[in-house]
Design a protein around this ligand. Structure first.
Ligand code: COA
Ligand code: ZN
Length: 330
């Protein structure tokens, strides 16, 4: 027989144990724009990225240095990095798949190079045309080059929570790759849920396993909201103590090399949720919402972000606006 869930009784701890602050990296410039079929004029990209800088984001993934034939949208990477406004307290990062990408990035004075590979063979082959072992060799040389140039090297492990081609990805495989990347000298690691396959229980468990083994690791989670679990996954991550997350303005984004991929968890929705729960992000949410609306205007279509449509929870509607309702009631 169905037993209803037990209600909390007095004395039980009903308050979530959340960190005081979290760092959100906006990835719209890379993960967001890479999914757009029509070329976005460079000045539009720069405008959105500058609004992100003004909003107080601590870290922005600006673009990627990939083959222009693989992702034509990213062909203006150098120009975008040349033209964006920079603030000294903001980390400007970019994604690369190989050594050639890292060389191009370093020539553009990025603060951080984020080298990507997938945990699963099939997605890695589709995405960067390499085996995972070939990619690991690339990671080793990228990390060496980047650290030698005095910049930060982050490694992103795509499909870390599941692969759209292979299904479940063994956690041991994720842990083994992290171990090797750290041995190469990687400064930090991102675990990416490329096609929104993670669920909150899985996220919590993954965070526990990683943090038990590397308590001082700078770990970021990167969730896509493909199946509506993005914010729930962030909450699970926060509860396990992870304080760094990627998100994309307006909820734009997805991997062009994964069928059915859709947007990242939405930056302004994440910041809104965190603020409402008392977790500090250092971001001005009003400016962020303005940036998301500008992004919608520039792309000419509605984006998945919800707070930019509904407004902040604290923005109350003047009572006078309801007068039409009373007239209609008989
Ligand atoms: N930027 C620009 N050109 C690049 C490059 C890069 N990062 N990497 C390789 N090239 C060039 C090489 O110099 C070579 O040029 P040449 O023919 O004039 O000598 C040519 O591309 C082929 O090099 P190769 O190493 O064989 O590349 P590939 O054709 O196997 O493609 C990648 C591999 C990684 C470059 C390509 O698959 C890619 O750019 N993938 C990006 C995927 C992506 O952005 N996914 C979404 C984000 S996760
Ligand atoms: Zn992504």
């Amino acid at each position: 027989m169905f037993a209803p869930p037990r209600l909390m009784t007095k004395g039980e701890n009903t308050v979530l144990r959340l960190p005081q602050a979290a760092c959100i990296t906006d990835v719209a410039g890379r993960d967001g724009f890479q999914m757009e079929k029509e070329f976005i004029p460079t000045e539009h990209k720069v405008k959105v990225l500058d609004m992100l800088t003004d909003s107080g984001m601590r870290k922005i993934e600006v673009t990627s240095f990939v083959h222009p034939k693989a992702v034509p949208q990213m062909r203006d990477a150098e120009e975008v990095l040349e033209r964006i406004k920079r603030r000294p307290d903001v980390i400007y990062s970019c994604l690369v798949p190989n050594l050639r990408g890292a060389e191009r990035a370093l020539a553009c004075k990025v603060d951080e190079v984020n080298v990507v590979l997938s945990v699963s063979e099939t997605h890695n082959r589709r995405n960067v045309n390499m085996t995972v072992e070939e990619s690991m060799a690339a990671v080793a040389s990228v990390v060496e080059l980047v650290r030698g140039a005095g910049r930060r090297a982050n490694v992103s492990l795509a499909t870390a929570f599941g692969c759209p081609y292979e299904g479940d990805v063994p956690v041991d495989r994720v842990l083994a790759l992290i171990e090797r990347c750290l041995a190469f000298g990687a400064c930090s690691i991102t675990l990416a849920d490329t096609t929104g396959m993670a669920n909150p229980t899985q996220v919590y468990r993954m965070a526990q396993l990683v943090m038990e083994r590397w308590p001082d690791l700078c770990l970021t989670f990167h969730f896509h909201n493909t199946r509506g679990m993005g914010l729930a996954n962030i909450l699970a991550g926060l509860l396990s103590g992870v304080t760094s997350y990627d998100a994309s303005l307006g909820g734009l984004g997805g991997c062009p090399f994964a069928p059915g991929a859709t947007g990242n968890v939405c930056t302004e929705d994440v910041v809104h949720m965190l603020q409402e729960m008392g977790v500090n992000t250092g971001v001005d949410l009003d400016l962020l919402i303005e940036a998301a609306r500008e992004l919608e205007r520039l792309l000419g279509r509605t984006l998945p972000g919800q707070v930019m449509k509904a407004g902040k929870r604290r923005c109350l509607i003047p009572v006078g606006d309801f007068s039409f309702k009373t007239e209609g009631v008989r």
